[in-house]
Design a protein around this ligand. Sequence first.
Ligand code: PRP
Length: 183
Amino acid sequence: MRITTEQNDIDYVLYSEERIRERIKEIAATLTEEYRDKNPVVVCILKGASFFYVDLCRLLRFPIFMDFISVSSYGASAQSSGVVRIVKDMDKNITDRHVLIVEDIIDSGLTLKYLKELFTSRRPASIKTVCFLDKHECHQCEVAADYCGFSIPNRFVVGYGLDYSDFYRNLPYIGVLKPEVYA
Ligand code: PRP
């Protein structure tokens, strides 16, 4: 079965489960300071952000409204298409609400840029972004997360929610994929 070979496709572990846990605790503490009185809508960008979102939310020490939006820009490709498609929209009306967008990775930045524009058009009270990983050198547009887990080099990373062709998401760490897997 494919799942049993997934570990063999990993070149090396970039961030271990323990390191991920530590960093999320730090981010959650920062967010708790900022949002303790704001009752924000915390939005998970499916599917990649799912693991980060759940681990982060359980450490937030303030009331939140959980919501989910599913977008796709990569499909089965290793390259961003630049076209963002909404697969499932949010349930909550965010007008006049504080909104925190939770993303797994900024690569080209096109997805986050699109989402910020989309959410801004819905007139929230405020909008901020927290992104687990940021590939600075790959940005194709002006975009930055307000809070970031790790800034990473230009490597094909999978695990902890991130996929290649929908595999590897449930690896518990962030690993670098062997180039021969996607070349
Ligand atoms: C991935 C990732 C981000 C986006 C980042 O989503 O989860 O949302 O790409 O790439 P960008 O900065 O180049 O736009 P994807 O479209 O692969 O969907 P998924 O989250 O369901 O894997």
